[in-house]
Design a binder for this molecule. Structure first.
Ligand code: CA
Length: 248
């Protein structure tokens, strides 16, 4: 899996240099010159990490960072910011306001890339792991294999992305628009109800007879993965009582 880095920097030589080195190191790169176009790119294709320069024309990097942290769909984004030497107050404020780390200008691209990797390891460990395991479900991204209780699962690419995203955020609830952007990042023509269909297909692939449904549906709000300890004891799902009694 190739992590997507969004670079937000108005100084073109700096942006170009970083973009070139990131691509050479195996990252995908999107570029923005200001906060507004950065937010637009984030909505179109959520990146794995945002690298934000503090000094931007118009809305500042600080403001962009705050906006990303406030929105539920980008709250967990990895954020690294770039700052000029000597601006210690800015650095402290940046970390206070939710950036994960910072790099002081002038920097070497290698330094920035090392920090990006470190931040991603904390925020998105599954990008680096060869398996994601939650409850009795196991995903092996490198080999493309998925299992529940050791039983191989047959998942189409959309269901795979949905399952991986849910497994990375157990206990959280996501609205259909957020899931839509995750599942079909490049497309603007997909209807929100396609998410419902993907969830239905995932449930069919995931749940054998007698197994608890790990996916939570909250009407009007969205979907999420229950924390594994709640997979067999939940009250807000119709049919649950029956399932409890059916259990051996
Ligand atoms: Ca700048």
């Amino acid at each position: 899996m190739t992590p997507l880095v969004l670079l937000v920097e108005d100084e073109e030589p700096v942006r170009r240099l970083l973009a070139y080195n990131l691509r050479a190191s195996g990252f995908q790169v999107a570029e923005a010159e200001d906060a507004e176009s950065a937010l637009q790119l984030v909505a179109e294709q959520p990146p794995d990490v945002v690298v934000v320069d503090w000094m931007l024309p118009g809305r500042s990097g600080l403001d962009l960072c705050l906006t990303l942290r406030r929105r539920p769909e980008t709250r967990d984004l990895a954020i690294l910011f770039l700052t000029a030497r000597g601006e210690e107050a800015d650095r402290l404020r940046g970390l206070d306001l939710g950036a994960d780390d910072y790099v002081v200008k002038p920097f070497s691209p290698a330094e920035v890339i090392a920090r990006i990797r470190a931040v991603l390891r904390r925020r998105r460990p599954s990008l680096f792991e060869d398996r994601i395991e939650v409850g009795d479900i196991r995903l092996e991204p490198a080999s493309g294999r998925a299992y529940r209780r050791g039983r191989p699962l047959r998942l189409a690419p959309t269901e795979w992305r949905l399952l991986q995203f849910l497994l990375e955020h157990p206990g959280r609830l996501f609205d259909r628009e957020t899931l839509l952007a995750r599942l079909w990042p490049a497309s603007r023509d997909v209807e929100p109800r396609a998410v419902d269909a993907a969830v239905r297909r995932l449930r069919r692939a995931l749940n054998a007879a007698g197994e608890a449904d790990p996916i939570r549906t909250v009407r009007g709000q969205g979907y999420g993965l229950r924390p594994p300890e709640a997979w067999s004891a939940d009250a807000d799902d119709r049919g649950q009582q029956q399932r409890l009694f059916e259990k051996p």
